[in-house]
Design a protein around this ligand. Structure first.
Ligand code: NAD
Length: 444
């Protein structure tokens, strides 16, 4: 266990087991249970050392902060924020911050653990963490969101840091929010340390120390993975039909980067509804509409469909790029695709996974296919530390090399172990962590 560093003044940075259990019980099924199921499957297959298994099945630190923020009308509202740090055997904790009503300790714990597997698999020198605030950001003005973000950063205090725990964008957070976190964090530092600390967050605006290519990086990585899969299956992406669920940062970038490959986007779903056009939807045009309208609903060059019709669309590839647990025992039987390329974290639950396997629908698992984001976050972190600024060609080619290398390692594990891609990816990640623990031993 790693000690939680004290926060500045918002003292209740606590490890909270009770809230976790209560919330999970209220929701019925815990997301963290899904993580443990996937983990145990791989651990059993590879015969992971039971001592190391017991370390990895627990999170290191769970920080919950409650903090007040002044609203535009003068009221004070209390907010709850989370940061879960799962493991830092390989380097500083790393993972996104999410603003969403579903954020709770169980969700954040699951997402933090997936980050540990993802960074270990990608071979970047980070551990795993995740955090967020339980809010619907559409209920707040920009000014309120800025104050909420800044006060949350202040409440986290030294629980984040450029060499300790480095947040990044996730659902409903973006480069602007990272800029506010950066500015708040730097403002609390002694003046001579400020400019040694810009790598406290990644996914910053480029002018504030961000990396070229970070905004599209997760989508870019997904597309590189789909291209590798297509090569292996002698599958022509030109004219291939695909569906995207979620048209935010990741989903819209996947679609925009699939366009030059000649693939045809035939349906899109987001929180506002679902649309289809059998002749193909132009992702750039749809992105413009979403910017104006706030969602895909009302897009005039497509017709509205319901959730089930969207899932039943006949296509080659389904790209979930929204929330977790979308492909389940109920929805997996509906899919009529050959490949699921997981851009979201945890979009397929264990029952959904079994059905996809039984139906011989291939899955490129989240910890592999969406790792482009954390890989380019690592590049941003390196550029900040070295006071360098890489051009987009350098970022893209390094990303491609790194993620394709990982794909090849997972493909080899699939063949050697005769298992599915998710389990193989876990085995590669867990072998890396197991080796490091064995080399170093356990203190004292
Ligand atoms: P975002 O906030 O930019 O977009 C989220 C999208 O999902 C929006 O279009 C929203 O309308 C849609 N959505 C939300 N709930 C939905 C629902 N119930 N049904 C259908 N659509 C729904 O978020 P993002 O950054 O694009 O993240 C999307 C997913 O990708 C998340 O699982 C996130 O953890 C994962 N991810 C993001 C990054 C990153 O770099 N941003 C990196 C790795 C993984």
């Amino acid at each position: 266990m790693i000690e939680v560093k004290p926060a500045h003044t918002e003292a209740p940075a606590s490890r909270d087991g009770n809230i976790a259990t209560d919330k999970a019980a209220q929701k019925g099924r815990s997301l963290y249970d899904n993580v443990v199921k996937q983990f145990n499957k791989a651990a059993d297959l590879m015969r992971l050392d039971p001592n190391i298994q017991s370390i990895l099945e627990k999170t290191a630190n769970e920080i919950i902060v409650h903090f007040p923020v002044k609203m535009d009308d003068g009221r004070i509202e209390m907010f709850t924020g989370y940061r879960v740090q799962h493991n830092n055997a390989l380097g500083p904790f790393k993972g996104g911050l999410r603003f969403h009503p579903s954020v709770d300790i169980d969700e954040v714990r699951a997402l933090a653990t997936w980050m540990t597997w993802k960074t270990a698999l990608a071979g970047v020198p980070f551990g795993g963490a995740k955090g967020g605030i339980q809010i619907d950001p559409s209920n707040y003005s920009i000014e309120e969101l800025e104050r909420i973000t800044r006060r949350f950063t202040f409440a986290l205090g030294n629980n984040i840091g450029p060499e300790y725990d480095i947040p990044a964008p996730d659902v409903n957070t973006n480069a602007q929010i990272m800029a506010w976190i950066l500015d708040t964090y730097l403002s609390t530092m002694p003046p001579h340390e400020r400019f040694r600390s810009t790598h406290v967050v990644t996914g910053k605006p480029v002018k504030s120390g961000g990396s070229l290519g970070r905004e599209k990086a997760t989508g870019q990585g997904v597309v590189y993975m789909i291209q590798e899969w297509a090569k292996d299956h002698a599958f022509n992406l030109k004219g291939a039909k695909y569906l995207v669920q979620g048209f935010g940062n990741v989903g819209s970038w996947v679609a925009r980067l699939m366009k030059p490959l000649g693939a045809k986007l035939i349906a899109v779903e987001d929180i506002t509804g679902a649309i289809t056009n059998a002749g193909g939807i132009d992702p750039d045009d749809l992105a413009e509409h979403v910017k104006r309208a706030g969602g895909v609903n009302g897009y005039r060059k497509g017709s509205q469909i319901d959730h089930e019709t969207f899932l039943r669309m006949d296509a080659d590839i389904f790209i979930p790029a929204a929330m977790e647990s979308q492909i389940t025992a109920h929805t997996a039987p509906l899919l009529r695709v050959g490949l699921v390329a997981e851009a979201a974290n945890g979009p397929t639950d264990p029952e959904g996974d079994e059905i996809l396997q039984a139906r011989r629908i291939e899955v490129l698992p989240d910890i592999l296919s969406n790792s482009g984001g954390v890989i380019v976050s690592y590049f941003e972190w390196l550029q900040n530390k070295r006071s360098e600024f890489w051009d987009i060609e350098e970022v893209d080619s390094k990303l491609r090399k790194k993620i394709v290398g990982t794909y090849e390692r997972v493909r080899a594990a699939v063949r050697d172990l005769g298992t599915d891609w998710r389990t193989a990816a876990y085995v590669v990640a867990l072998s890396h962590l197991e080796r490091v623990y064995k080399e170093r031993g356990i203190f004292p």
